[in-house]
Design a protein around this ligand. Sequence first.
Ligand SMILES: *Cc1c(COP(=O)(O)O)cnc(C)c1O
Length: 395
Amino acid sequence: MNKLIYMDNHATTPVDNRVLDAMLPYFTEKFGNPASRQHKYGWVAEEAVESSRNLIAKFLNADAKEIYFTSGATESNNLALKGIAESHASKGRHIITCATEHKSVIDTCRRLEKSGYRVTYLPVDEFGIIDLENLKKAISTETILVSIMTANNEIGTIQDMSEIGNICKQNEILFHTDATQAVGKMNLNLKKMNVDLVSFSGHKIYGPKGIGVLYVHDRKPKTRLEPQMDGGGHERGLRSGTLNVPAIVGLAQALKLCYEEMEEEQIRVANFRDKMQNAFFSRLDDVYLNGHPTKRISNNLNMSFMYAEDSAIMMSMKEIAVSSGSACSTAQPQPSHVLKALGLSEDRRHSAIRFGLGRFNTEEEVDYVIDRVIEAVKSLRNLSPIYQKKVSKNN
Ligand SMILES: *Cc1c(COP(=O)(O)O)cnc(C)c1O
């Protein structure tokens, strides 16, 4: 196989051709600004944005007026946390989140801490799950927001959304979730979920980069958020800035395809994932699964190959795009705070590879990757004095 193989679909996904086709006219002949209310160019663009909003709302079982467009999940997370923190400061200044959140939640919380908010970072168990008793204990009269991700981007672990939602509701605390890795892969029913704010992104679901959504539950009394961008008052005043019409059309089309093909696609991808996992367990010793064995999104496989360093494994199979435990999801490579939060040993963290399967992976690619990884791990272990010593002791 002399082409590249992409298995890093948690980092980003290619734009599906059907999504691109839907987007193209909005770059060229239908280029209008939806805020131009006085002519046809504007009306055509506005109609595209509003029908996209309706489509997105329909699939998530939300109302169109609950969907706000942003530049991506990073912005949605910033807007949700800072927006709620600022508008609710008089009620309290305490936020609860968890140790394995995406950097766009963790670093937003760190900034809020600098401006006088208190943040509890709930620990997780060895599988990445928070303890609901810990959550209950952390809640105080000062707590204004709980932010817990639906599915983790490194290990795929899915939290118990309905229980967390119930706890927040009983305590009358707003609940935000970063659902970037879950949307399009799980059937989220936002009306039933007891969730107030949800973030997700276009480029993780075969849509374009630079577009995201913040869902804000329309309830009484209204959930107030302080806007983080001043300007023309777009998106009902919550997010100023000219709307990215082609990307909005693309996001809606991408979500539609995910929903239409979800059942079939999730089974296919999970089968590939299981095939890889079983092959690594049966053909190699000293391998570990990172994350939860069952409460996990279908496309995630994060495994540690002891006595073989993650970066060395990747260097020896350069035609395969995966992620290591140390460079996930951030611009600056740093040790994974997620694997650390699981309490994994340093050796296990430094030999972790994340495989992110996706819509366009084939069985042929899966078989090829299995063989290449096993080959790479075995040859690295042959060079490892510690591994050799261990093997000779066992014989
Ligand atoms: C990718 C990702 C983000 C960031 O999304 P962008 O649209 O790239 O800003 C946030 N949270 C999670 C869980 C992600 O996987």
